[in-house]
Design a protein around this ligand. Structure first.
Ligand code: FAD
Length: 520
């Protein structure tokens, strides 16, 4: 087998390689025949593996492998470890922005092809679901709710993402203030390390691998199964948006809500910045929750500036709750907030519809040719201590015209994040997630991706120049120096974990943190 690999890898002459070259195909076939995979391998139609949601780069792998299960994953990683320089990238649903799930002339594992795992288990009276690392969160939701009236506690806004993909980052949405990110809501993982070994890990068993893999950017292992904490699923959600003209009032109310005890606040708290104009993508029309709601701009105070703020909250309830009780609870909570009077939008919908709300935005974007266009998105965590200055320098200045899509901003609590995971955060208990979800028409109808990437760079430079305490979320750096700065005093731990679990740096090469160690 190694002989095949050596020939294959050494003959693998970068860009000039023709994937449909017969000789290579023969080599590949022989190699994978030796491996005895239950799944399949594609060395010609590798297009999927060279694309991601960002649409900013296209990197051809050597082969796209569809593993049938954990044994296939382990076999592929072990074989790569015996080669001189092959790398392996797990691909979730390819919703990264900067090629993080790609492998330049390496092997890409399509994790969505993994065998279906779905088992609800009770451990000491608490319900969990075991799912494959390649499962989509939307499927986890539908199956948990329809089969068991149960649901995970912590989500992302959009659910066509894989379990392994979000757990390798953090997984954040409007429930994270209460339950922490998704990485705080798993108790056990099955992981294939960079040595091709299969481990079950948890807080008490192989804990270094468990915490390393959570938020580990795919560097220490491939998550093949996860055990996710469940809770009873509510039936319905009251979804509400209220508008603010002053940033200080918006943040005061958002911080008030996320620091209340369970039962004294909403179940979901997010927010976004929008442009004080009638621009359809960036302005007032982006606020109402359905087309029957109009936005009355005469309500905006005369003192308002170029941008406005929207606090987005939601309250869960049961079908058996009396409507007047729900109204009373909502009014009680809203009564404590200082938003602009009469700029309030409400909608009642099922819990599942609420969690799948971004699916509608996807359908709309697909219909208008926006989904397949490049998405130079930028996500940051910014400390509360710098958020006022960030608003002045970034939202009111650099981005005052909007980004052609949502500019999310909402507070999170550091104490809900486990510092043993690989995620790095700003200092201080309260920090904000800022997400610039650009959704422009493709160039030349819209701005060029280069221009938007340059604007992201300007935002980052502004944070650095002003000495803001911030971290990139879903980070991306081209060189290791950037990563060292990103991890700061956590870099040594990150490096040690790499040396332990993936000493040849085979895994997730698209993150560009470590270079594959070549073997003779
Ligand atoms: P991929 O992009 O395929 O992979 C991401 C990284 O994880 C790669 O390095 C890959 O090698 C690695 N990886 C993938 N699977 C595994 C595995 N099983 N084991 C180990 N490593 C693996 N994030 C949030 O936190 N909150 C949001 O609300 C949110 N909304 C989003 C909305 C949209 C429309 C999009 C496009 C992204 C959003 N994200 C959000 C970002 C999302 O969490 C990341 O893109 C994440 O990478 C998940 O995407 P994926 O499953 O497609 O993973």
């Amino acid at each position: 087998m190694i002989a095949y690999l050596e020939r294959f890898v050494h003959g693998n002459d970068v860009e000039s390689r023709q994937n449909d070259n017969d000789e290579d195909v023969v080599d590949c076939t022989s190699f994978f025949d030796e491996l005895d995979l239950q799944g399949s391998i594609d060395y010609v139609a590798t297009g999927l593996a060279g694309k991601d949601f960002g649409g900013l780069r296209s990197i051809k792998p050597l082969a796209l492998i569809r593993p049938a299960g954990t044994d296939d994953v382990a076999m592929v990683v072990k074989a790569a470890a015996q080669s001189s320089n092959l790398t392996v990238a797990a691909r979730g649903n390819g919703h990264s922005i900067n090629g993080q799930a790609m492998a330049d002339r390496g092997l890409v594992l399509d994790m969505r092809s993994m065998e279906d795992v779905f088992e609800v288990v009770l451990v000491n009276g608490t319900a969990y679901v075991d799912v494959s690392g390649g499962a989509l969160w939307e499927d986890v939701l539908k199956r948990c709710v329809s089969g068991f009236r149960l649901a995970p506690r912590s989500w992302t806004d959009y659910l066509s993402l894989t379990v392994g993909g979000t757990l390798s980052n953090a997984g954040v949405s409007g429930q994270a203030f209460r339950y922490g990110p998704q990485t705080s809501n798993v108790t056990e993982l099955e992981v294939v390390t960079g040595k091709g070994e299969i481990f079950v890990c948890s807080e008490t068993e192989n804990s270094e691998l468990f915490f390393g893999a959570l938020g580990g950017l795919g560097q220490f292992g491939i998550i093949t199964r996860a055990r996710i904490l469940l809770q009873p699923a509510p039936d319905m959600v009251r979804w509400i948006r209220v508008v603010y003209s002053e940033f200080e009032e918006f943040t005061r109310d958002a911080e008030f809500l996320v620091t209340q005890q369970d039962g004294d606040s909403f179940d979901y708290v997010e927010g976004f910045v929008f442009v004080n104009s009638d621009d359809p993508a960036n302005g007032w029309p982006s606020v109402p929750l359905d087309s029957n709601h109009g936005f009355d701009p005469t309500r905006i105070p005369k003192t308002a500036g170029s941008v406005l703020y929207c606090l987005e909250v939601a309250l869960h309830y049961r079908n058996t709750d009396h409507p007047s009780t729900v109204d009373m609870d909502v009014d009680g909570l809203l009564g404590r907030l200082g938003f602009v009077e009469n700029l309030k939008f409400e909608l009642d919908l099922s819990y599942t519809e609420f969690l799948l709300r971004v699916k509608h935005a996807e359908e709309h974007a697909r219909a208008h040719g926006l989904w397949d266009a490049p998405h130079p998105w930028l996500n940051l965590f910014v400390s509360k201590s710098d958020i006022d200055e960030f608003d002045r320098a970034v939202f009111k200045n650099i981005l005052k015209g909007g980004v052609g899509g949502p500019m999310l901003i909402y507070p999170l609590l550091r104490s809900m994040w486990d510092t043993r995971t690989s995620v790095v955060l700003p200092e201080g208990e309260i920090f904000y997630i800022v997400a610039l979800l650009r959704s422009n028409l493709p160039y030349p109808k819209g701005p060029s991706p280069e221009k938007l990437v340059a604007q992201n760079h300007e935002v980052i430079q502004c944070c650095i120049k002003n000495g803001f305490d911030f971290k990139l979320y879903l980070p991306h750096y081209e060189i290791q120096e950037g990563w060292k700065r990103h991890f700061g005093n956590q870099w040594t731990r990150f490096e040690e974990r790499k040396a332990n679990f993936d000493p040849l740096a085979i895994l997730a090469p698209g993150q560009k943190i470590f270079s594959r160690i070549h073997q003779l």
